[in-house]
Design a protein around this ligand. Structure first.
Ligand SMILES: Nc1nc2c(c(=O)[nH]1)N[C@H]1C(S)=C(S)[C@@H](COP(=O)(O)OP(=O)(O)OC[C@H]3O[C@@H](n4cnc5c(=O)[nH]c(N)nc54)[C@H](O)[C@@H]3O)O[C@H]1N2
Ligand SMILES: Nc1nc2c(c(=O)[nH]1)N[C@H]1C(S)=C(S)[C@@H](COP(=O)(O)OP(=O)(O)OC[C@H]3O[C@@H](n4cnc5c(=O)[nH]c(N)nc54)[C@H](O)[C@@H]3O)O[C@H]1N2
Ligand code: SF4
Ligand SMILES: [Mo]
Length: 893
């Protein structure tokens, strides 16, 4: 079958697979015999051997700890046949009593394509409910809608190489340095004289390190900036008139609307709160650089104007003829490992299957025929936010959640908890036992996770790669496709779900993409329908489309022929729509939310490795110094953010690069890891009218100090029962112990409560009431059981890496005992918070090295090795150097 299905051995025992985290989709080599480590696959075109720290830590997340190992039905362990009966029974009864629309599926961009395909087929094609949506609604739906409006199909026209070839790289609402690290490393490595980078983000991020120009715009004003660009280009006669005339439509109206929204550069600067000269510079660079790529991500998508933002960007690329050409394209950066695969199978509620919508002429009948189903859903179903409203109202009686954690990730998550609690039957397929969502499950189904499951994923550049299983299934876990097949069979649809494995499903998916496809559906991977099992097993990464006349698939639309009815791309007029959640007296501060470097979403996997928790241990609130002062909070102390009933508590981090009046909080923490760490309690369920994507980047809150009487660190031996309560807690699993950050609003009764904290009597106790400092440790038979370190000032609490190592000892040494209460070996240097996760190098070590004259990233790398592996911490190394130099300059002047 030629290159499209090339197969390759690794030459040793290692298995070629794909990273399950971000949409970069890096190739990974894993050694099944001894999972000591994983390596980047140097043959994979996405990463050419590189991995970021999350990918490089994968082997540390595959253990059984915390995994869901058995089916559970209403709190009791069950065998698979009983669990499948329970699921099928609930669905059958609901259909009989309330119709198929009372059943809903909520899927995920972390499912494999095969799992996704069969879930979509069962729901839409056989149960005949339209209510199938996915967490991609929260992630990519605005980009999907923008692509469809402009190009007629959900297509990313470019490829990764374009990000390297571009002479101007615009990154809008993307913190690629942390969210797409390997791609960011590629962008960085391709820096050359004259190459310019513009970062458009309200706050300075690690990605701004690469920026020649950082436009810290007022949040939500991106359409004004890009409308302004279109107007400026027109005004200076720098449009590609020929391209517009030959390949596009609706330009005139689009320009008129843009002129109304952004009449002049001065008005743009004022509305976006930017410097006029900076706006001009961006426009000039864009105008003069044919090879321009605009990468965009959640700062664009997660907005009530998300689709319009996307189209305002695409409009500028169409107006300059820069679509699908080497180094010239709009480029939507996909979030999840298989968000793209989910879009291909049609997992979103408004799509049907294989890039066909319900309203695509003939599509319903065609898909029905292909699937051989008797009944198929009539039309679009409810999108995620509306789906959970329908659950809350009681319209949906059975919800099946697969591979996502809506109790944490949907906006207004307090209400989502209510909805889940009200829903008569909640079925959850997950590989993790305890999540905020599994807590609501009536039926819990253990799903195979990364390394255990087998199938394909599609990355941001349309490249399909294999995820291969190389470990036995843990406990009684089963792959998602298997679970769905069994339920389908139980419901009487066995004839249409007669798959022996993922290869069968993949071939069918590929065949559907080509079925009666006269070329109007660009997503066509028909050639892959011919793969043998063996070829599927050995399949190498391939970009779609893959069919007989596909040619080179790395770039699409280069010839200016699009997938609309008349082949012309559509300009979309974009008027200004500003954020709906505006600050008010009850919530005067804008809450921006997003990702951190070392955690993945709701932490179910990344928190299993202590290495990845060392970078940021607790929920935090990044604030401008003026706001810190205004709200009476202090760096390193806790602040409370409230909106209605929602409450978020996090450590204050000072950041002068944060716009005053706006704070940034991470999305990762949840009820398993912190008492009040859920970002989504501060955002409302308001959505983009076209895509239905929530405005997740623009919540609001009131801020007040958490009036702590004490702060503490507690370390206890793993799996000890918890017999204490605290007004604030955050759990930090460590290598050898379980640790907690704690704080209380009322003074702690010392020493009466010590046995509760330590799980028994303390042996070593120290109290310094005048300083508000107390410390105690419990040792049993020479082994350390627990340590509590209490302080009035949280900034005085020591880093506890060393203490953690003491839990590994069978018998504590004299030195260890002596140093226990100081929390660290006084003879060994204190590391401080981890900056470089690969080599575990801490902030204090780096600060010392800088003060000793290592004032470049390279010098630090030579001295400490930090930054010399995956490179993800380099932006932070640089900012530590910059900060130190600012302090020096201040001291000198
Ligand atoms: N480490 C890590 N990497 C990940 C993930 C993870 O959980 N952890 N998740 C993956 C997933 S699913 C996704 S979707 C991607 C997301 O990747 P990104 O979108 O790059 O990440 P975010 O941090 O969500 O948001 C990006 C930036 O948008 C900015 N922003 C906020 N409001 C606006 C605005 O109005 N305009 C503009 N221009 N910018 C704004 C924020 O300040 C933030 O820096 O990351 C993927 N990669
Ligand atoms: N405020 C705010 N909210 C946001 C965002 C934001 O930036 N700000 N970002 C949004 C975005 S872009 C996204 S993508 C979402 C992410 O939010 P979620 O999808 O809710 O987050 P995850 O933690 O990735 O949830 C995945 C779940 O699937 C499980 N799992 C992993 N692998 C498998 C598998 O193979 N099979 C099954 N059945 N289960 C598996 C994991 O254990 C975990 O419980 O959050 C969204 N919410
Ligand atoms: S960049 Fe993304 S896909 Fe690559 S190793 Fe890191 S998390 Fe995995
Ligand atoms: Mo996402």
């Amino acid at each position: 079958m030629g290159d499209a299905v090339a197969t390759r051995g690794t030459g040793d025992n290692r298995i070629q697979t794909t990273c399950p985290y971000c949409g970069v989709g890096c190739g990974v080599l894993a050694d099944p015999a001894a999972l000591q480590g994983v390596e980047g696959d140097s043959h994979h075109p996405a990463n050419l051997g590189r991995l970021c720290v999350k990918g490089a830590s994968l082997h540390e997340t595959t253990g059984h700890a915390g995994k869901l190992l058995f089916p559970m039905v209403r709190g009791r362990r069950r065998e698979w046949p009983q669990a499948i009966d329970a699921v099928a029974g609930a669905i059958r009864h609901s259909i009989a009593d309330h119709g198929p629309e009372s059943v809903a599926f909520y899927l995920s961009g972390q499912l494999l394509t095969e799992d996704y395909y069969i879930a979509n087929k069962l729901a839409k094609g056989f149960i005949a409910t339209p209510h199938v949506d996915t967490n991609s609604r929260l992630c990519m739906s605005s980009a999907v809608a923008a692509h469809k409006r402009a190009f007629g199909a959900d297509v990313v026209p470019g490829c990764y190489e374009d990000l390297e070839l571009a002479d101007l790289l615009v990154l809008a609402g993307s913190n690629a340095a942390w969210a797409h690290p390997v791609l960011y490393q590629r962008m960085k490595a391709s820096a050359r004289d004259g190459r310019k980078v513009v970062v458009i983000d309200p706050r300075r991020t690690a990605t701004s390190e690469l920026a020649d120009l950082h436009l810290a715009l007022r949040p939500g004003t991106d359409t004004i900036l890009f409308n302004g660009l279109l107007v400026w280009l027109a005004h200076h006669d720098l449009l590609d008139g020929q391209y517009i005339a030959d390949h596009c439509q609706d330009f005139d109206q689009t320009l008129v609307t843009a002129k109304a929204a952004a009449p002049s550069t001065a008005s743009v600067a004022s509305e976006c709160d930017l410097d006029v000269d900076d706006v001009e510079a961006f426009y000039r660079w864009f105008a003069r650089t044919p090879r321009t790529v605009t990468g965009f991500s959640q700062g664009i998508n997660q907005s009530v104007a998300g689709t319009d933002k996307g189209n305002s960007i695409i409009n500028c690329h169409l107006a300059t003829g820069r679509v699908g050409k080497p180094g010239a394209s709009p480029f939507s950066l996909t979030g999840q490992p298989n968000a793209m695969g989910g879009r291909e199978v049609g997992g979103l509620a408004n799509t049907l299957a294989a890039h066909m919508d319900y309203h695509t002429p003939g599509a319903r009948e065609r898909v029905k025929r292909f699937w051989g189903s008797d009944a198929i859903a009539d039309g679009p179903g409810l999108k995620a936010v509306d789906m959970f409203e329908a659950i809350h109202r009681g319209d949906i009686k059975v919800l099946w959640v697969m591979g996502t954690n809506p109790a944490v990730s949907l906006p207004d998550s307090g209400r989502v908890h209510e909805a889940l609690a009200r829903c008569p039957t909640v079925i959850v397929s997950d590989c993790t036992a305890s999540t905020d969502t599994t807590a609501h499950a009536d039926i819990l189904l253990p799903a195979a996770g990364w390394g255990e499951k087998d199938g394909t994923v599609t990355n941001s550049e349309r490249r399909i790669s294999r995820q291969r299983s190389f470990m036995p299934l843990p406990g009684e876990a089963k792959p998602d496709w298997w679970i769905i097949r069994e339920v389908a069979a139980k419901l009487g649809f066995g004839h249409a779900f007669n798959y022996q494995g993922p290869a069968d499903i993949f071939r069918e998916h590929a065949a559907l993409s080509a079925f009666e496809n006269d070329g109007s559906r660009i997503f066509n991977i028909g050639r892959l329908a011919e793969l043998s099992d063996q070829q599927y097993q050995g399949m190498q990464p391939v970009q779609w489309p893959v069919h007989k006349s596909a040619g080179d698939s790395s770039r699409l639309y280069a010839d200016g022929r699009f997938t609309t009815d008349n082949g012309r791309a559509r300009f979309v007029p974009v008027s200004t729509v500003l954020p709906v959640q505006v600050p008010d007296a009850d919530g005067p501060v804008v809450v921006n939310t997003g990702r951190i470097r070392d955690q993945w979403h709701t932490m179910t996997r990344t928190a299993n490795t202590s290495r990845l928790l060392a970078h940021r241990q607790e929920p935090f609130v990044e604030m401008h110094p003026n706001d810190i002062q205004r709200y009476g909070v202090a760096p390193g102390h806790l602040a409370v953010l409230t909106r209605d009933d929602g409450r978020f508590v996090g450590k204050v981090r000072e950041n002068s690069q944060q716009r005053p009046g706006e704070v940034f909080i991470p999305i990762h923490w949840n009820r398993q890891f912190a008492s009040h760490g859920i970002a989504t309690v501060l955002t409302q369920g308001v959505t983009d009218p076209v895509s239905g994507q929530p405005e997740a980047k623009h919540g609001r809150a009131a801020i007040s100090p958490f009036r702590a009487a004490w702060y503490a660190r507690l370390l206890v031996r793993k799996e000890r029962p918890k017999r204490w309560q605290a007004d604030y807690w955050c759990r930090v699993p460590m290598m050898h112990s379980e640790s907690w950050w704690l704080a209380g609003l009322t003074p702690l009764e010392w020493p009466q409560t010590l046995p509760d904290w330590l799980g028994g009597q303390a042996q070593l106790v120290m109290a310094d009431p005048s300083e508000g400092r107390y410390r105690a440790a419990r040792i049993v038979d020479g082994r350390l059981e627990a340590v509590l370190l209490l302080d009035r000032d949280p900034n005085r609490l020591p880093d506890v890496q060393w203490l953690d190592t003491c839990f590994a000892e069978q018998t504590l040494s004299e030195t260890q005992r002596r140093n226990l209460l100081s929390g660290r070996d006084v003879d060994v240097e204190d590391m401080g918070a981890t900056v470089c996760s690969c080599f575990q190098i801490g902030e204090k070590q780096i600060a010392r090295a800088i003060s000793e004259g290592q004032v470049s990233v390279e010098a630090l790398g030579q001295a400490l090795k930090c930054g010399t592996n995956c490179g993800s911490c380099i932006p932070e190394l640089r900012s530590l150097i910059d900060e130190a130099q600012l302090v020096d300059e201040a001291a000198a002047s």
